[in-house]
Design a protein around this ligand. Structure first.
Ligand SMILES: CC(C)(COP(=O)(O)OP(=O)(O)OC[C@H]1O[C@@H](n2cnc3c(N)ncnc32)[C@H](O)[C@@H]1OP(=O)(O)O)[C@@H](O)C(=O)NCCC(=O)NCCS
Length: 152
């Protein structure tokens, strides 16, 4: 996979079936179709992008924005497509679009045991801003709060 094969566009309902499969293999508590539909319904306050390799959906990012802050809810790349440019491209595009809407900061929660995701975000300039105790009801795990300034 080279960056030339990759393209990003807005998510639509027809993307949900392949996204559910990516969810299933990416998260302990995957989003269901309703979660994606709610995200799409809130599109005035949300950014939902998918990334394709050729015509195959390989990942997505969903975020909310408001009051100068972009809140990244979820990002996932299909396992076979990790370790390339896809996640970085998606994150960069979502931050660029949020910046255009007036956001000055990006913020997210990540499971403290999700070393790969933490490494990914820190590589892209996010820093640790706090911790939410027992944030994840399935495991009781803490969330780390990561932040990044994205204003110009
Ligand atoms: C988080 C995610 C989107 C990042 O995409 P990616 O393609 O894996 O990202 P990258 O490969 O660019 O970056 C991951 C970094 O972790 C490192 N890494 C690879 N495997 C790792 C592992 N098992 N444990 C810890 N770090 C690992 C990589 O080496 C890389 O750092 P480097 O470029 O400095 O070597 C992707 O891993 C994913 O979909 N994970 C499952 C869903 C998820 O956890 N989403 C985040 C929720 S907040």
């Amino acid at each position: 996979m080279t960056p030339r094969d990759l393209s990003i566009r807005e998510m639509s309902p027809v993307d949900i079936p392949p996204l559910l499969e990516i969810e299933r293999v990416s998260f302990p508590v995957p989003w269901d179709a309703d979660m994606f539909m709610i995200q799409l319904y809130l599109s005035n306050y949300a950014e939902n992008l998918v990334i394709l390799s050729g015509d195959r959906i390989i990942g997505y990012i969903s975020s909310w924005y408001g009051h100068e802050e972009m809140h990244i809810l979820s990002i996932a790349i299909a396992p076979a497509d990790r370790g390339g440019e896809a996640a970085a491209m998606l994150l960069a595009r979502a931050m660029e679009r949020s910046r255009e809407k007036g956001c000055l900061k990006a913020v997210l929660e990540v499971r403290e045991n999700n070393g790969r995701a933490i490494r990914f975000y820190e590589k892209h300039g996010f820093t640790r801003a706090g911790r939410r105790k027992g944030y994840y009801p399935d495991s009781g795990e803490d969330a780390l709060i990561l932040k990044k300034d994205i204003g110009n």
